[in-house]
Design a protein around this ligand. Structure first.
Ligand code: HEC
Length: 184
């Protein structure tokens, strides 16, 4: 009897050791769940993969290759004045691949190019971050972009092949769906 209790306690101890290892996966699930709940794609029947794309891009531009260290898009200044539906004040950052394409007037952005736009309220409060990421083969009908919008507390509000973004940016189709700086 005593021995069995011992074995039980040992098993419980082992379980306690194992449990923390399971936590990061649960956290990831919550994060993705949030993205899904508020995501653009839910009503459009988009799958988990697309939400994972947005979450992955968010990690990339905040942790792996933080956009705050990138250069501003050519021709733009810090806290430039913007238009609806984006921020009244904006900082527009481009990664190296995108920068090269703008400088070379490459005609279009290459695979892996990223543009990140911080959107501020008129009184200078960060309201949202909107992102375009060129991914070859991702969405050929609409310029092959992964779109992303998230709040300062990292909640994803739109991602993937987000219709509203695509519809409006279609006006700039001739410039590879980019509004602000010429690629030709
Ligand atoms: C109603 C039109 C409209 C919609 C909808 C829209 N945009 Fe834009 N976007 C613009 C305009 C206009 C600019 C130029 C900046 C400015 O003046 O605000 C721009 C600029 C951008 C830029 C900087 C690169 C560029 O094209 O100049 C990014 C990144 C961007 N938008 C992302 C998004 C994302 C992500 C969405 C969807 C969540 C979105 N946009 C929805 C009109 C729109």
């Amino acid at each position: 009897m005593k021995r069995r209790l011992h074995a039980l306690l040992a098993a419980a101890g082992l379980l306690a050791l194992l449990l923390p290892a399971g936590l990061p996966a649960a956290d990831m699930g919550t994060m993705m769940g949030q993205g899904m709940g508020m995501g653009q794609g839910v009503g459009q029947g988009m799958g988990m993969m697309q939400n994972a794309d947005g979450a992955h891009l968010l990690m990339h531009i905040t942790k792996t290759d933080p956009y705050v260290k990138w250069n501003l898009m050519p021709g733009t200044t810090r806290m430039r004045q913007g238009l609806e539906p984006h921020g009244a004040l904006q900082n527009v950052y481009v990664n190296k691949l995108a920068m090269k394409a703008f400088k070379d007037k490459a005609g279009s952005l290459p695979d892996g190019a990223i543009i990140v736009k911080e959107n501020y309220t008129p009184d200078g409060k960060l309201a949202a971050v909107t992102v375009m990421n060129k991914k070859k083969g991702y969405n050929p009908e609409a310029g092959d972009y992964l779109w992303l919008k998230y709040t300062p507390d990292m909640k994803i509000q739109a991602q993937g092949k987000a219709d509203p973004c695509i519809k409006c940016h279609a006006k700039a189709k001739d410039n590879d769906w980019v509004v602000l700086a010429p690629l030709k």
